[in-house]
Ligand binder design. Structure first.
Ligand code: AMP
Length: 278
């Protein structure tokens, strides 16, 4: 496995790399969710590139960026064990050199849910992913459906800007108790970690209501909120039952619905989602 830190080094190693190339963008603190993306990329690609970069432009609060967990030594071991060929681990100044003055801003699909809760977040994501797509020129890039809206935003960007990289969505990997793996889970206290599976239980309460014949969006959102209320440590940010195509809130559930939520536990903001069919 080669580790490169500059745009120029990355270009040089990629010039000699066998194709197709698969890209797995990450912010590090690697877990089994990231490894599952690498495994998908490995199956499709002759060369697997992973980026490890905590992108300041996608964080609203400086404190959230600073507290994001980091351990490059451990990440490099895990990346190599997972089968990564090239790690791109740049500095902030390498990604955003002096004079950098471009923002990639995707429209309506980025506005609700995470976009409404975290102003500027998706501009930061789209900008860094556009740079990574341009630098790596991968045939495919792999993203987790835990961040469903992110997948939709990046797909929209790649399509609109005619970027030659196909976005491949990958299933969410969970702990045995249902908690979606996330680097942020590392910041939970033991009590917070014990409380965190309530996100999954709330999603399942919503999908059970739909499976039981409930067709009112408000009633399903109430079922999800009711489950969150059983856990005093959980502070809901949003609870959503939305059209998976537009992400607009559904009044009536008469087709597929994306159930999603963002919840703070111990001050750590966790998200999860579940697709259901009426
Ligand atoms: P992050 O390092 O959190 O920015 O995540 C990097 C990539 O891994 C993104 O495409 C995420 O959607 C994906 N990812 C994060 N958590 C999981 C998970 N539990 N299962 C599958 N993919 C995930």
């Amino acid at each position: 496995m080669q580790v490169v830190r500059t745009r120029a080094e990355l270009r040089a190693v990629l010039a000699a790399a066998p194709r197709p190339v698969g890209l797995v963008p990450t912010m590090g603190w690697l877990h089994a969710g990231h490894v599952s993306l690498v495994e998908r990329a490995r199956a499709d690609s002759a060369t697997v590139v992973m980026s490890i970069f905590v992108n300041p432009r996608q964080f609203g609060e400086a404190a959230d960026f600073e507290q994001y967990p980091r351990n490059e030594g451990r990440d490099l071991e895990r990346a190599e064990a997972a089968g990564v060929d090239i790690v791109f681990a740049p500095t902030v100044a390498e990604v955003y050199p002096p004079g950098f003055d471009t923002v990639v801003s995707v429209g309506a699909i980025s506005w609700p849910l995470e976009g409404a809760a975290r102003p500027g977040h998706f501009d930061g994501v789209a900008t860094v992913v556009a740079i990574l797509f341009a630098l790596v020129g991968a045939e495919r890039a792999y993203f987790g459906l835990k961040d469903y809206q992110q997948v939709r935003v990046i797909r929209r960007m790649a399509l609109d800007l005619a970027l030659p990289t196909t976005v491949v969505p990958c299933e969410t990997v969970r702990e045995p108790d249902g908690l979606a793996l996330s680097s942020r889970n590392a910041r939970l206290t033991p009590a917070g970690r014990a409380a965190a599976p309530v996100l999954r239980r709330a999603l399942l309460a919503g999908s059970a209501a739909i499976a039981g014949g409930e067709r009112s969006g408000d009633a399903v959102r109430a079922a999800m909120r009711g489950m969150l209320e059983t856990e005093p440590a959980a502070e809901p940010d949003y609870v959503s039952v939305a059209d998976p195509d537009t992400l607009a809130e559904l009044e009536t559930i008469d087709r597929e619905a994306l159930l999603s939520l963002a919840v703070r536990i111990d001050g750590v903001r966790l998200i999860d989602n579940e697709m259901t069919r009426a």
